[in-house]
Design a protein around this ligand. Structure first.
Ligand SMILES: O=C(/C=C/c1ccccc1NC(=O)c1ccccc1Oc1ccccc1)NO
Ligand SMILES: [Zn+2]
Length: 379
């Protein structure tokens, strides 16, 4: 019997509502999950706020002290050093109670991760987390603290090797940077990579450094990619990576701004594309932490993460949206599925095959490296 923990906490909903562009998103997810009756199959966990040292497992003392100083400041202009410092200001607007927000959000991914460490679950789901852009000492891309890096640091207390997978349309730069020199954390990110598209990093030639060389894998994509090509890349590359890396646990950022119709994104995935990736991940039967992230069509984010929750539970759910607190928001179709857009796919067959052959070539070096490490450790 698969044990699945699920973070659901009203105080977290209130914290996330501080980000007005995604207001109510977590509440819609929770009410749709409840509407489908999935909560009765989940081990629902209340949040445990992160302690300072847990946040400091990644972030600098200066940055966290700055957030503490700003916790009771309403408007950054009131604050003496109100120039753009630590990434706060224009790009990442100051939110009221910012330290409380960060401690709650980091805490949500740590609470989920702990259930994998203590063995009370094989799979942990935290749709409140997934803020992959935050750096050691600065907020970036509306990510004020990197809950993912903190959760991976916690998981590494029990699990030797961690595979991080990032499905968000944006490059998971904060997580990759944190583990750039590590061969114990392999970061794998599929993302749009084009001039002028945030964050601008994540080229195919970006493979990690030092001991971490070849343990960062980046799949740069163009606009319009659809389920079939995305699934092909995902399955072909991860087949090689799983054989080369043999992770003990997985962390998966399921930012759903790669879905068709996202206001920010320009990919063309449907629930099928995300579902195929999650089905492959589940087939490995490793302790896995699923996280949220981007996703700015709020009802589509609720549709996607509810659908993934049902896949993880092995439950088939109807395509008709069930009665729930936010039912009217799913009109006019009241359908779980998201229609593919008609934008052209700018990724040719050759682009896709080139990506696969370049990366599998590189990883074979890593594979040889792995064999060496394995043989070496046996002597
Ligand atoms: O989704 C992202 C990053 C988004 C982002 C990065 C840099 C600058 C602006 C960004 N986001 C937006 O423009 C944007 C546009 C519409 C709705 C939400 C948007 O973002 C967010 C993301 C989270 C909270 C608030 C706003 N990473 O996964
Ligand atoms: Zn994103």
């Amino acid at each position: 019997m698969k044990k699945v923990t699920f973070i659901c906490d009203r105080s977290l909903d209130n914290q996330l509502n501080k980000l007005e562009q995604i207001a109510d998103r977590s509440s819609l997810v929770n009410h749709l999950v409840h509407g489908y009756g999935l909560n009765s199959k989940l081990i629902v966990l209340k949040n445990v706020i992160a302690k300072d040292d847990e946040v400091l497992s990644f972030h600098s003392t200066d940055y966290i002290n700055h957030l503490k100083d700003l916790n009771d400041v309403k408007d950054i202009d009131e604050h003496e050093d109100n120039e753009e410092e630590y990434g706060l200001g224009y790009d990442c607007p100051l939110i009221y109670g910012i330290f409380d927000y960060v401690s709650a959000v980091v805490g949500s991914s740590l609470t989920a991760a702990r259930s994998l460490i203590d063995g009370s679950a094989n799979i942990a789901i935290n749709w409140y987390g997934g803020w992959h852009h935050a750096q050691r000492d600065e907020a970036r891309g509306f990510c004020y603290a990197n809950d993912i890096v903190c959760a991976i640091n916690l998981l590494r207390q029990k699990f030797q090797r961690v595979l991080y997978i990032d499905l968000d349309i944006h490059h998971g730069d904060g997580v990759e940077n944190a583990f750039e020199y590590s061969q114990n954390v392999l970061t794998f990110s599929l993302h749009k990579y084009e001039v002028g598209f945030y964050p601008g990093s994540g080229a195919i030639t970006d493979v990690g450094r030092g001991n971490g060389k070849f343990y960062s894998v980046n799949v740069p994509l163009k606009d319009g990619i659809r389920d079939e090509a995305y699934t092909k890349i995902f399955n072909r590359l991860l087949e090689v990576l799983m054989q080369a890396f043999h992770p003990d646990t997985l962390v998966v950022q399921c930012g759903c701004d790669s879905l068709a119709g996202d206001p920010l994104g320009t990919f063309n995935l449907t629930l099928k594309g995300y579902g195929n990736c999650v089905k492959t991940i589940l087939s490995w039967q490793k302790p896995t932490l699923f996280l949220g992230g981007g996703g700015y069509n709020i009802t589509n984010a609720a549709r996607c993460w509810t659908y993934l929750t049902s896949l993880i539970l092995g439950c088939n759910i109807a395509t008709d949206i069930p009665d729930n607190h936010f039912f009217e928001r799913y009109g006019p179709g009241f359908d779980l599925d998201i229609a593919e857009g008609n934008r052209p796919d700018c990724n040719s067959e050759d682009d896709i095959d080139n990506c696969i052959s370049i990366i599998t070539g590189t990883q074979l070096i890593c594979f040889r490296h792995y064999l060496f490490v394995q043989c070496d450790s046996k002597n």
